[in-house]
Design a protein around this ligand. Structure first.
Ligand code: IFM
Length: 686
């Protein structure tokens, strides 16, 4: 069964955000949001790049957006695009081939475009434009490269210029505030005479033609970016050849990572979209990892969060271990940054950045949200206290090692990550009178409750992950870390206080959580006056209550079900559900995973579906306090995949071998699941 394309026929302003995110194209290095070519910075059109950041004065440091090579304008006697009403319009994302098509029909002309970023390729964005006459008409088409781009905390290019190269290509060049040289070169080929034009912020070509019915102007454009003059990969010489290769390789990657359900429908569409969205984030070129908002721009400062290890890595481990290795490599490369951060906060070892940029620079501000009413910054403690990030990094590294058996990565910097992470927690822990180590003043995954003591997720993850790592390394006879050290790690881990289930089976999210006001989210939400209101932190309305932002205890149980009895898993799932806002797109999938462990399969499928359809449906929060947080949701895509592969199929990868222990609901029986084992594509029918 072929995947259905994703189609949008309307493009109303209210739907813009949704379509822009759901219809993204990309290749793990660069991407372009699903906006129309005549959109610009007002609509947050973005040609995005992963991994090159810049800071303007004292504003937030964020990734740069690239100069935009896609825009065009079309004029005929009947009007101008933008500005004309189409008789019919369609945006079609061919998820199987990783290409976005647009078709607009007007009375006198039909405009078609396509765009893609070559799969596995470098910093390239390709576009074809076709303007076909439906009746005899004169057409003036201008196609250009613009330096007038959307930026959240810019401008990032105090210096920028446009010019033409000898071969007729257009060059946009800029120097960032941090002194990086950024260039975008637009190579364009058309089937008509053209005249160059150069204005303040745009340069390109005008094509003027008197077309008879059926005749067309056809342009093929290749946009190429270079950072500091580096050619990451030569731009393709031929559009059609690059297109052919892209279609072939994307289709192969997509087909080899698909799950084909017995029935078409919303769930299949969601799973296909999740697989598509993850594929456009994988890269085989640079260890840049995957920002929380993927390729959709500068939100969250283009930073890498725990999202990568906990939600995205499982997909790559099952479908593309080369890309998975680069994600882990990123954390190895950024270890010096984590060591620096620990020192700055007065600790030892490696305290990974909560919002990690290149070199492990902490992108998270101490005032990370603002009050939407007053615009005043609100002190948040994500950077200083969300300490679970380091253990999540360790978890990711060990998951990779256990899945691939690639102990070599430990000798390439991995063992230093393990050692420094353990050292960090030792220095961060406080020894109490009970003789146990406690973590005080932290933030768990539920970010609404800050500076809490003994967050169950944090404490238990530190203990369990260290224990599991030591046990695996011993079993494998890995000699890179002396036995004495491993013993010391274990001694420490075993003395960490892990909040236990009470008589009723409930695990307290942190010390004092049960004493908070017992109001369920359904009731609580009536107290919200402004949808942009920040509910957490010192003044937040959720703070004195049990209302939580996202899965916290539930995340712990979903990740370590083997440590708890089935009864405890069930009781906590039921207990925490009504208090959970689900404000973070990371939440649903953890509830889905735990539901699967509890055998509540209908519920597991519902959560998985919600997660998978996050970007297709849109409607997620656009603001945290006064800060814009829109964009795509890679972790929701990865989380949906996790629910499917691990939760419902029970997929476990051990040293390259994948084993399944399926618990599929009736309606999903007969599904065909595709994955890779030791790099070899496989299919299993369940
Ligand atoms: O990592 C998440 C966090 O858990 C909740 N806020 C958004 C972050 C990025 O997705």
């Amino acid at each position: 069964m072929r995947p259905r394309s994703l189609i949008a026929r309307e493009y109303s302003p209210a739907d813009l955000e949704r379509i822009a995110n759901a219809f993204l194209v990309g290749n793990g290095r660069v991407g372009y949001k699903g906006t129309r070519e005549e959109h610009g910075k007002e609509e947050r059109s973005v040609f995005s790049l992963i991994g090159t950041y810049d800071q303007r004065e004292d504003k937030w440091r964020e990734p740069i957006n690239l100069f935009d090579p896609l825009p065009f304008r079309v004029e005929t006697a009947l009007g101008t695009i933008p500005g004309r009403e189409a008789l019919h319009r369609e945006f079609r994302l061919d998820m199987r081939h990783g290409i976005l098509y647009r078709k607009d029909v007007y009375e006198d002309i039909e405009v078609r475009t396509e765009r893609f970023c070559p799969y596995g390729g470098g910093l390239h964005l390709l576009q074809k434009i076709e303007v076909r006459a439906r009746k005899e008409t004169k057409v003036l088409l201008s196609s250009f490269l613009t330096t007038d781009i959307h930026e959240i905390n810019g401008p990032h290019f105090p210096e920028k210029s446009l010019s033409f190269l000898e071969d007729g290509s257009v060059l946009a060049s800029g120097i960032t505030n941090e002194g990086r040289k950024v260039e975008v070169i637009l190579h364009e080929e058309g089937n008509h005479e053209r005249r160059p034009f150069l204005e303040k912020e745009r340069a390109g070509y005008l094509y003027e033609a008197a077309l008879r019915q059926g005749e067309r102007i056809l342009l093929r454009k290749i946009g190429e970016a270079r950072i500091d003059g580096e050619i990451e990969e030569e731009a393709p010489l031929s559009y059609e050849e690059a297109r052919r290769r892209h279609l072939f390789s994307f289709e192969r990657a997509f087909e080899e990572a698909r799950a084909i359900l017995p029935r078409k429908g919303e769930l299949q569409k969601g799973i296909d979209h999740a697989v598509y969205s993850l594929l456009i984030l994988g890269n085989h070129r640079k260890a840049t990892s995957i920002p929380a908002r993927g390729l959709s721009g500068q939100v969250y400062k283009g930073a890498i969060f725990w999202d990568t290890e906990m939600f995205l890595l499982p997909f790559f481990l099952l479908t593309d271990q080369e890309a998975a290795r680069l994600l882990v490599q990123y954390r190895i490369n950024t270890l010096p940054g984590a060591i620096r951060k620990a020192r700055e906060f007065g600790f030892e070892g490696a305290f990974y950045a909560w919002e990690s940029q290149e070199d492990g620079v902490e992108g998270c501000s101490l005032y990370n949200v603002t009050d939407p009413k007053t615009g005043e910054p609100i002190r948040t403690y994500f950077a200083d206290c969300q300490i679970h990030i380091s253990i999540d990094v360790l978890h990711g590294l060990m998951e990779y090692v256990r899945a691939t058996g690639d102990l070599g990565i430990l000798d390439e910097g991995g063992k230093e990550v393990l050692r420094e992470v353990v050292r960090f927690y030792k220095s961060r822990a406080s020894l109490k009178e009970d003789g146990l180590f406690h973590f005080r003043g932290v933030i768990g995954p539920d970010e609404y409750h800050e500076l809490v003591d003994d967050n169950a997720y944090t404490n238990a993850m530190v203990r369990f992950e260290i224990e599991d790592a030591v046990s695996y390394l011993r079993k494998k006879g890995y000699g890179g870390i002396p036995e004495e050290d491993l013993k010391g790690w274990l001694r420490f881990a075993r003395r960490i206080h892990v909040p236990k289930p009470g008589k009723d089976g409930f695990i307290e999210q942190f010390d004092g959580y049960f004493a908070l006001e017992d109001v369920k989210y359904r009731e609580f939400r009536k107290r919200i006056e402004d949808p942009k209101e920040y509910l957490g932190g010192k003044e937040g309305k959720a703070t004195p209550t049990r209302v939580i932002k996202q899965a916290d205890v539930v995340a712990l149980l979903a990740l370590h079900p083997e440590r708890y009895s089935p009864e405890v898993l069930k009781r906590n799932l039921r207990f925490y559900e009504p208090y959970t806002e689900g404000g973070s797109s990371l939440s649903n999938s953890m509830y889905g995973l735990l539901s699967a462990w509890c055998g509540e399969l209908g519920k597991a499928v519902r959560y998985m579906r919600e997660s998978a359809l996050t970007d297709i449906r849109g409607g997620k929060k656009l603001f945290a306090g006064g800060i814009y947080i829109g964009g795509s949701h890679p972790a929701a895509m990865g989380g949906a995949y996790l629910d499917l592969a691990r939760g419902l199929l029970g997929a476990r990868i051990k040293e390259g071998k994948v084993r399944f222990s399926p618990r599929l609901p009736e309606g999903m029986r007969g599904m065909r699941y595709r994955y890779k084992e030791g790099g070899v594509p496989k299919e299993r029918k369940f």
